[in-house]
Design a binder for this molecule. Sequence first.
Ligand code: XIL
Length: 404
Amino acid sequence: MSKTNVRHPPHYKENTLLTRREFISSGLQTTGAIAVASAATGILTGCSHQVHAHPTLATASGEITGKASLKAHAAAHELLVGAAVNTRLLRSDANYARILREQYDLVVAENAMKWGPLRPAPDKYFFDEADALVAFAEQNKMKVRGHNLAWHEALPGWFAATVNKENAQRFLTDHIATVAGRYKGKIRSWDVVNEAIQVKDGRPDGLRKSPWLELLGPGYIDIAFRAARQADPGALLTYNDYGVEYDNDEDARKREFILQLLRRMKADNVPLDALGIQSHIRAGSSSSFGKGIQDYIAGTRALGLQVFLTELDVNEDDLPYNDVAQRDHAIAEVYRNYLDTVLPDPAVKSVLTWGVTDRYTWLNGPTQKRKQPNRRQRALPFDDNYQPKEAFFAMRDCFDRRSV
Ligand code: XIL
């Protein structure tokens, strides 16, 4: 599909392209090669830096494709490895698409399957971007995760004025029937409900005071899961949430509320197959990974559920130094510590990073409150120039160490 024949509704925005201002503040001009891909995609104009025609994955660190790829190492230990995808880049950035094909088994739309992008108007759906992702996955024999069917964010602009207590259930179930129905048989797992727990909202059940809760009460969760099972009986239905990774009181409370929700759903025979642990983790944190998340995963396994690490990346705003090699090392250590803590549990079946290259990480995007606004985040396994970083090798080593 070429760029010109794709229709974008006016509301549809992906925010992860490097702006000229970010490029300049990043200091990347001096590396040269990034200017190539930038010029090729038309992101930057007027840059006169040295141009290398073919940035490649071959590095001093050795082979990383084929048997040396993330997916080969993951498969040897019964894991799928995946990444969140900005669907527009599949058309505009050949290196991005190539890395996906070479390294990953599984893709998930970073935004294209959310309500906002899919629903330009109450009675209209826009499927072009989501369809493009599913087509890319089919062409390359990859699996697809669906993200997501009910969330308090990314709701369309018309939502608040249109959806009310009388029609909310119909909106929710129609949406799920239409979207999950369209991709029936093509989605390995769906994030049916995303981020429903928010301890600080103060409810005894821990539920977030989201639009869905206000409209439908706590029952919206079961309604969504039942509708998803009906629409696509083969998809693994997942509850996905963040803020549960560390051994600290705040994360411990959230884990308790989520486990309580999962137990309640199982007891009520709500169709539920898996727990998603987003895994947006931090370098320079004063907390560590350990028994807290291990018990959380074991508790989930005891309910007969699978576990997916759905949105792994490392926010490095708390690192006190600017040196890139030092930061990359610290970031890789966080990947290592985290994965070595959670991967030994056989309930963990997949690891997805939230993006592929630092070039497009959401952590540099406009939704982030930055502590280091002049420093680009290096959150992902590939750098701004598509080269594998220490984090890439850390992931591969952790897959190898898993005894499953
Ligand atoms: C983020 C995307 O990466 C951004 O492009 C978008 O602007 C906001 O949403 N938890 C989730 C994801 O479940 O959907 C979020 O994705 C990141 C946090």
